[in-house]
Design a protein around this ligand. Sequence first.
Ligand code: FES
Length: 156
Amino acid sequence: MKVNGDVVSLDIEPWVSLLDALRDRLGVTGPKKGCDQGACGACTVLVDGIRINSCLALAVQYDGREITTIEGVDHPLQEAFVRHDGLQCGYCTPGQICSAIGMLAEHAAGQPSVVTTGQDAPPRLTEQEIRERMSGNLCRCGAYNGIVQAILDVST
Ligand code: FES
């Protein structure tokens, strides 16, 4: 697979999660292990640009795919998070930013949210839509207002 632009080769047992492969085998520690059961979003990475919870994915399923973690991200959202205080302890931030990038791509591709659907969807993300689309990423410090403002700042 490709991880942050580098081709890597892994000889790995079929039960190893993508998260553990990244962190323990490759030393890519940006994705965090929060719950390890798909509930917190701290482990979010992008696979070919699509956001996934890497704790729920088996590494062997991603043979030949392109994985991007926070280490490989260069996006205006990063500065926007700083400008808007979109973090406190920072543990969830790599997942929040990867998830937000994936969410913005989903929106740009015209995928409707649950809150606002179909042709009624506004061209610009609303605060309510961002909250709904980012609901899979938890922040135990409660920095949600800053996170939403940072995403609003860069969304068009
Ligand atoms: Fe994967 Fe919580 S560690 S969702």
